[in-house]
Design a protein around this ligand. Sequence first.
Ligand SMILES: [Zn+2]
Ligand SMILES: [Zn+2]
Ligand SMILES: [Zn+2]
Length: 142
Amino acid sequence: MTIYELIEILKTNHYKITAQRKALLQVMAEHADTLLLVDTIYEATKKRYPKTNMSTVYRNLEILESLDLLHKVANENGAMQYKLICCHHHHHHLICSQCGKIEAIDYCPLETLKEIAADKDFQLTAHKLELIGLCKHCAKKK
Ligand SMILES: [Zn+2]
Ligand SMILES: [Zn+2]
Ligand SMILES: [Zn+2]
């Protein structure tokens, strides 16, 4: 997802592109393959737009989330981390617990479970599956 696509989606949903919002979008677009803590997003946005405040960062993340533009995953300590979605269709991830790097897996292994749910007359609406581990870079450092 590029910054231009993001801005288009926000505009389509009647959100104004303020300087502060744009700074945050730029930060998210630049780190599109890594999960970021709110503090990290705040610090990086502040570098681009010094008057950034924390509540606006949260507000913007909420907006992105409500538009289904964010992946949100808790780290080992339970702190939330965010990243822009890779694409709009259903997919899964390999997540490095050390550096937060994410790799998308364009494959869903849960077709069998869907059949089992259907057999039980259970209407499945969604599922999440994240594979947590160490990327090759972080595995070397251990
Ligand atoms: Zn993704
Ligand atoms: Zn890593
Ligand atoms: Zn799936």
